[in-house]
Write a protein of this length. Structure first.
Length: 408
């Protein structure tokens, strides 16, 4: 999805709701008293609920404008106070999408040191609040297979060699920067929505499409190469938890026979990454549907249960790296969506991370697509406090239901 969006200009006042869901902060990740998770399923459980710093470090232009790209899609400069507010509100995880292709300074695909330093600074801000942090290679999918060297990657056979060079070079540098001194609270997500840009099946995996099947094969190869490069940097990266998606991060692509987990020297450190704006007719389509129906609930449960059976029950963690329901001026229905989504996902051992691009207001044209604003980063308040309350309560219900099921 394209996310070239400006932030909303109006803010709904934050109510006292947050106080009852606050969590204490910490200035030292390694001083946390909780025992370190033993495997991918345990760490996903401990991640609890997450939020995306969308349209920020992932924002880009066609030229390298340095660290100014952080605000080029309309979001403010990231501060430590933002993460402190999120932690206090009840979040335990933040996903920090980062785009790299527009910050390369030479033919060796060297990342601009200033951009790497700023990325590190933002990650350190979040970690200092005791949050789990996910970083990735985000808007680096090239627009065509015939892309210029360094523009990113494209998961097709014809573009495989250029793609391999790009992704492994990025992860070599990222992994070197974020290694020793970064414990299990920092998680690497290899790719974001890898797909055939411009293809008729760009946004969904079709097992009957030869192109989709071939692309999925290339994605598996790219992820194996990235994982090998990360592990080769040694240190704490030898045991780093790694997230990886299938084609376009679609759940059913990850569960397809054509998708296989990479071979890993570390044990039980792999996490499946999926994106679920589900069902799209309600959560994203313009105009789509405004009412969250029982049929939609059943569809969600089916997918969550399938992810649990295919991965969680086999010791592989699953993180829903992006989710949300766009604002269609239907707050009560969105509350119903959040309640069901977060309870059922957590009940099945998944952690969901809310996508936030800062956009809330519906314009005069009535377009309701891509309005995923959740947290106002300027005021430190939440656009829809009841959605936050609903999500946190739903996670708690899901945890209780999951624990009860385990006890039987």
């Amino acid at each position: 999805m394209k996310r070239f969006l400006m932030p909303a200009t109006s803010v709904f006042a934050l109510t006292a709701i947050l106080s009852s869901f606050s969590c204490s902060t910490t200035n030292d990740v390694k001083s946390a008293k909780k025992a370190e998770p033993k495997n991918a399923v345990e760490i996903v459980d401990d991640m609890k609920i997450g939020w995306n710093l969308g349209n920020t470090l992932d924002a880009f232009t066609d030229e390298n404008i340095g660290v100014k790209s952080e605000t080029c899609w309309g979001q403010p400069v990231t501060t430590k106070e933002m993460f402190a507010s999120l932690k206090k509100a009840g979040f335990n995880t933040v996903r920090i999408p980062i785009t790299w292709h527009n910050h390369l300074i030479d033919s060796d695909l060297t990342i601009d040191p200033e951009w790497m330093a700023r990325s590190k600074e933002v990650v350190d801000m979040a970690l200092s609040q005791g949050l789990y942090v996910i970083i990735n290679v985000h808007h680096d999918t090239a627009p065509t297979a015939d892309f210029e060297e360094g523009r990113g990657y494209y998961p097709s056979e014809s573009a495989k060699e250029k793609s391999l060079r790009f992704v492994t070079r990025m992860w070599e540098q990222i992994a070197t920067t974020f290694n020793n001194g970064y414990d299990y609270h920092l998680i690497f997500e290899l790719l974001n929505e890898p797909r055939l840009v411009g293809h008729e099946r760009e946004w969904w995996y079709d097992p009957n499409s030869e192109d989709c099947v071939a692309s999925q094969k290339i994605i598996v190869e790219l992820e194996q190469a990235c994982l090998d490069k990360i592990r080769a940097t040694g240190g704490e990266n030898k045991e780093r938890y790694i997230m990886l998606p299938g084609y376009v991060a679609q759940p059913w692509a990850a569960m397809a026979d054509t998708f296989t987990l990479p071979s890993d020297k570390a044990k039980e450190k792999l996490i499946i990454s999926v994106h679920m704006y589900d069902p799209w007719t309600f959560a994203g389509e313009n105009p789509g549907e405004k009412v969250f129906t029982d049929e939609m609930r059943a569809g969600q449960r089916s997918t969550f249960e399938a992810l649990n059976a295919n991965f969680v029950q086999k010791g592989v963690g699953v993180v829903i790296g992006e989710c949300g329901a766009t604002n269609k001026d239907n707050l009560s229905e969105r509350e119903a969506w959040y309640s069901h989504y977060f309870e059922q996902s957590k009940k099945n051992g998944l952690t969901a991370v809310i996508w936030d691009n800062g956009s809330v207001e519906i314009g005069e044209d009535g377009n309701v697509s891509e309005h995923y604003g959740f947290f106002n980063r300027t005021s430190g308040e939440f656009f829809f406090p009841t959605l936050l309350k609903t999500a946190l309560e739903a996670v708690e219900r899901g945890e209780i239901a999951r624990d009860e099921a385990k006890a039987k």
